[in-house]
Ligand binder design. Structure first.
Ligand SMILES: [Cu+2]
Length: 163
């Protein structure tokens, strides 16, 4: 014999289902729609995560338990184009790191474990711009470096050739 749910129980079940389905949906919406639309169209959004063991900057998302077995790809060279509006989302899953692009006078930007820090800049000049961690964060600290390679914009190249 089955007992029919009364109105209050039904409401409770609905509330639980709403939370179970609604929260992940809201998070998904935030990640895919709300977050990218916070920036001007054409903005290059680059995720950079610093990982202390191995001294790796990676563009991959490294969170939670994945940290222990994931082998993220090292981001050595990040290609940009002159004039690009760049938003860096800096993240650390382990210890406190300190981000800097010395040639662009950016940093030191403290990245606390578990937090994401936003750094915004415009790649005005073409060239190579090393980025690195400038806080001793472990034995592989020295390997936490990479480069932004800013390619000269085509019309800028033509302008300088015409002169
Ligand atoms: Cu470091």
């Amino acid at each position: 014999m089955t007992k029919k749910l009364n109105y209050t129980e039904l409401l409770g079940v609905l509330a639980v289902l709403l939370v179970l389905a609604g929260l992940p949906l809201m998070l998904w919406h935030w990640r895919t729609t709300a977050l990218p639309n916070r920036y001007l169209p054409g903005t290059k959004i680059i995720n950079l995560t610093a990982i202390a063991p191995g001294g790796i900057w990676t563009e991959e998302l490294v969170v939670g338990y994945g940290y222990w077995w994931k082998h993220p790809t090292r981001a050595r060279d990040i290609n940009l184009e002159q004039g690009d509006h760049v938003v860096l989302l800096l993240h650390s899953p382990d210890v406190q790191h300190s981000f800097s692009i010395p040639d662009l006078n950016i940093g030191p930007v403290e990245i606390h474990a578990g937090h994401t820090v936003e750094v915004e800049f415009i790649a005005e000049r073409a060239g190579e711009f090393p980025f690195l961690c400038i806080k001793i964060c472990g034995k592989d600290h020295g390997r936490l470096e990479g480069r932004f390679l800013v390619a000269a914009r085509q019309d800028a190249v033509e302008n300088s050739a015409a002169r």
